[in-house]
Design a protein around this ligand. Structure first.
Ligand code: DNO
Length: 405
C-alpha cells in the first residue's frame, strides 16, 4: 500500500510536515480554490506540486509526492447531459491532459447527483468522548418528507419507514431539526457549496426525468469520450462509489453494488477507467461485502479508501463509522486483496504497481476538537487509522511470506 493522506491544501490544519512524519509518501489533494467546471491553470498545478514535493527551507525533496487528485469534480451539466455539457467536457479533458503532463497519475471523482457524501450526524459522541459520523435512516427519510418536503417523496418509502421517520422527527427539538438540515446541506469537505432546502430541491429537479439507466448512460458516454485523453496523458480515472450506497432523496444511484461496477467496466473497457474502492461507502449497503469486491475488481482498483462501518441491528441503512479495523467490513481480507494485487502487478512487470490507500475519515479526539479539522478529516484519529492499517499490512505480508520492506 502506498501510504496516502488526504490534504486540503495550505489551509488544512494538518501540515505537510506532520503528514510526512506520520509515514505518508503519497499526498492526495485537489486545487480546492478552483470551482467545479473551471480550467486548472498550469501554474497552480505546478505550485501545488512544488509545495508538496519540495522543502523550501532545507532545499531538498520532502519525500512526498502528488500522484492522486481527489477530486476533479464533474459538473452537473455533464451528469445531466444538458446545458453546456460539451464545454465542460472539453475543460475536463484539458485538465486531465495538464495534470498528466505534470506527473499526476490518477483522478478520483464521483458521479453522484447534486450531493457528494451525505451523513445525518457528523458528531456522534462515543463512550470515550470522541466523536464519529453516521447515518440514521429515519433522519434521512424525515428530512426528505418534513424539511425538504420533496414532492412525491412519500411514494419512495414503505409505510413502516414513513411511520418510523415521523416518530423520529416529532421527537426532535427545533434545534436538533436545524442541526440535521445543516448536516445534510452544508457542503462537506471537498464537496459542493452550502445549500438551503429550496436550492437543494431546485437542483434535485434537474434529475426528475433522469432515471438510473439514463444517468449510467451519461456516465459511460462521458468516460468513453475522455478515455483517449486519459490514455494519452497516462491518467487513470477512478470513480468513487455512492456514499451512502443506497437511494436517498429520490436520487438515482448507479455505483452502489458489484453489478454496477461490472456494468461500468463492460461499458467502458479502457483500463484507464477504474475504481476507488471505498470500503466504507460500499460497506454502507448491508448487502455488499467490500473485501470481496476488492478481490473481484482488483485489476481495476487504483485507489483504496479504508474505512469501516458498523450497521445498526434491525435498521437497514443506519450505520456509524467505526474503528478502521473493526466493524462490518472485513479489513484484513480487504488488505490482503490489495497486497495480492500489488504482487500480481509487480510480477507482471508493471512499474507503477503500488496502490495508494488512505485512512478515510477518523474519529475526532479531544486534542483535535478545536483544530478546525473538517468532519471526518481529523489529525489524530486518521493517524491512528493509518498506523493500524500499516500494521495490518506488515503483519499480513509477513504471514504471506512476502518482504515487509
Ligand atoms: C469523503 C470522500 C468523498 C470523495 C469524493 C470523490 O470523505 O471520500 O468526498 O472525495 O466522492 O469525488
Amino acid at each position: 500500500m502506498l501510504q496516502s493522506w488526504r490534504w486540503f491544501g495550505p489551509n488544512d490544519p494538518v501540515s505537510l510536515r506532520e503528514i510526512r512524519q506520520a509515514g505518508v509518501t503519497d499526498v492526495v489533494t485537489s486545487l480546492h480554490h478552483i470551482a467545479c467546471g473551471e480550467d486548472w491553470p498550469e501554474d497552480d498545478i505546478r505550485k501545488r506540486i512544488r509545495e508538496i514535493e519540495w522543502d523550501e527551507q532545507r532545499q531538498q525533496p520532502t519525500g512526498l509526492r502528488w500522484g492522486m487528485v481527489e477530486s476533479l469534480p464533474i459538473h452537473e451539466d455533464i451528469k445531466t447531459r444538458s446545458g453546456d455539457y460539451p464545454h465542460y467536457i472539453e475543460i475536463y479533458k484539458k485538465n486531465v491532459r495538464k495534470l498528466g503532463a505534470q506527473g499526476v497519475r490518477a483522478i478520483c471523482y464521483n458521479f453522484m447527483p447534486v450531493l457528494d457524501w451525505a451523513r445525518t450526524d457528523l458528531y456522534i459522541t462515543q463512550a470515550d468522548g470522541s466523536t464519529i459520523s453516521g447515518c440514521n435512516i429515519d433522519a434521512f427519510v424525515a428530512f426528505d418528507l418534513y424539511v425538504l418536503q420533496r414532492p412525491g417523496a412519500e411514494n419512495d418509502y414503505a409505510p413502516y419507514a414513513i411511520a418510523s421517520a415521523k416518530k423520529f422527527f416529532e421527537e426532535l427539538s427545533p434545534q436538533a431539526r436545524d442541526t440535521l438540515r445543516d448536516c445534510i446541506l452544508l457542503g462537506l469537505p471537498g464537496t459542493v457549496e452550502d445549500l438551503d432546502p429550496p436550492e437543494f430541491l431546485r437542483r434535485l429537479q434537474r434529475y426528475q426525468h433522469i432515471d438510473a439507466d439514463q444517468l449510467r448512460n451519461n456516465l459511460y458516454t462521458f468516460l468513453n469520450d475522455i478515455m483517449p485523453d486519459c490514455e494519452a496523458a497516462g491518467v487513470k480515472m477512478c470513480i468513487h462509489p455512492d456514499d451512502p450506497s443506497y437511494p436517498v432523496f429520490g436520487i438515482p444511484r448507479i455505483l452502489s453494488r458489484s453489478e454496477d461496477v461490472e456494468q461500468l467496466f463492460r461499458a467502458v473497457p479502457s483500463p484507464n477507467s477504474g475504481l476507488t474502492l471505498c470500503t466504507g461507502s460500499f460497506g454502507s449497503c448491508i448487502h455488499n461485502d467490500p473485501a470481496q469486491m476488492l478481490e473481484q475488481f482488483a485489476h481495476r482498483v487504483y485507489f483504496v479508501h479504508f474505512r469501516n462501518v458498523t450497521h445498526v441491528p434491525g435498521k437497514e441503512g443506519s450505520f456509524y463509522e467505526s474503528n478502521h479495523l473493526f466493524g462490518s467490513v472485513d479489513m484484513p481480507r480487504a488488505m490482503k486483496a490489495l497486497i495480492t494485487e500489488e504482487e500480481r502487478r509487480k510480477a507482471a512487470g508493471i512499474t507503477d504497481w503500488g496502490i495508494p490507500g488512505r485512512p478515510d475519515h477518523g474519529k475526532l479526539m479531544d486534542g483535535d476538537k478545536d483544530s478546525g479539522a473538517y468532519p471526518g478529516y481529523s489529525r489524530t484519529g486518521r493517524m491512528i487509522g493509518l498506523a493500524e492499517l500499516r500494521g495490518l499490512e506488515v503483519g499480513l505480508r509477513h504471514a504471506m511470506g512476502l518482504d515487509i520492506g
